[in-house]
Design a protein around this ligand. Structure first.
Ligand code: SF4
Length: 340
């Protein structure tokens, strides 16, 4: 299999990750199928794909939080060269979760505890990972709220989650996630529940954080346009497989995979009037069934005969831009590059 060109000294490098769920009757669901990626310090990798494509499970595997009966069957996740998949749960708690890698979710209100003030919730993170007295913890929490642009943090720190708007709740969650200076932030659909203006504010905040601190970000979204605008690299997942990955600007201007093209056509662009939005016909395949050919074949407008019975491999079509499609294989199509 052709892999993406190796980048220099990535902060995190996941190699050949495969995650399976053992189901009743001996059946297996492959949730992530042999996926590799790298993220440098200060870089944003956007992962896009429909619900059920494997985006969230892939992200959770970095924290070893794949829910049972899911299991990481194969692969490694190197952080600064150390394979964290070899860590015990206790080592993950002490060395990785919250301190190296943090995660924020799409529904801020359900991720916050309604019974405690936001200050208490931020200070709990310091209690777990740092040895500061109460006054210092409170000062640090106020500074964190200021850092994520919550006005009047000395007053607001005493308030409860329901007293904050959706955008402000998400800022509180970002503050909690950044409390122990992680190097990587996983943002799982961080703006889905917010209106468009607030979405832009939250994305501006994340970009400011990465510029100021060198934070690497794994941004998960079903919105390819948002990811193309805000990420350095894009990974497109479909039915647990990596379909296309490369520099965002390149994928936005010259997408290769028919699925990426379909995603682009199915997301409305608020700046374009009278645009035609076309949903991708059909549904994702049953991930418990053994596959023969290309997993996207039943929905693909460009499918060829070979696609039905030969699974395509990842091909590096241009530097750092890979695609899993027979259209780019000289063996099956005679074409070595292409696009819309
Ligand atoms: Fe479509 Fe064939 Fe490419 Fe799969 S391999 S995406 S079916 S053209």
């Amino acid at each position: 299999m052709t892999r993406p060109s190796h980048q220099s000294d990535p902060y995190i490098a996941a190699k050949n990750l495969t995650i399976e769920f053992e189901l009743s009757g001996g059946r297996k669901l492959v949730a992530v199928d042999d996926v590799s990626f790298e993220i440098n310090r200060g870089e944003i990798l956007g992962i896009v794909g429909e619900s059920g494509s494997g985006k969230t499970i892939l992200a959770k595997s970095i924290l070893q939080l794949v829910p049972p009966p899911g299991k990481i069957e194969q692969g490694s996740i190197l952080i600064d060269g150390v394979d964290i998949l070899q860590y015990s749960d206790e080592e993950m708690r002490k060395r990785v979760r919250g301190t190296e890698v943090s995660m924020i979710f799409q529904e801020p209100l359900s991720a916050l505890n309604p019974s405690f003030s936001v200050g208490w919730q931020i200070e709990e993170v310091f209690k777990l990972h740092r040895e500061h007295d109460r006054n210092t913890r409170r000062q640090m929490a106020v500074e964190l709220l200021r850092k994520v642009s919550i006005p009047d943090p000395e007053r607001r720190i005493k308030e409860y989650p329901h007293q904050f708007s959706g955008g402000m709740q998400q800022r509180v969650l970002i503050a909690i996630a950044l409390a122990c200076d992680p190097k990587l932030l996983i943002a799982d659909e961080p703006t889905t529940a917010l209106d468009v203006t607030v979405q832009a504010d939250i994305m501006d905040l994340l970009q400011k954080m990465r510029e100021e601190t060198g934070l690497a970000i794994l941004l998960i979204s079903h919105n390819l346009n948002l990811v193309a605008e805000r990420s350095d690299q894009i990974m497109v997942l479909y039915a647990s497989q990596l379909m296309e990955m490369g520099p965002s600007a390149r994928i936005a201007e010259h997408p290769l995979h028919p699925y990426t093209l379909g995603l682009m056509d199915s997301v409305p662009d608020i700046e374009v009037e009278d645009q035609k939005i076309t949903a991708i016909p059909g549904e994702m395949p049953d991930l418990t069934l053994t596959r023969g050919g290309c997993v996207f074949q039943p929905r693909c407008k460009k499918a060829m005969e070979v696609c039905e019975h030969v699974a395509p491999e990842l091909i590096e079509v241009e530097p750092r831009h890979v695609c899993r499609c027979h259209l780019f294989s000289s063996e099956y199509s005679g074409v070595t590059s292409g696009g819309r």
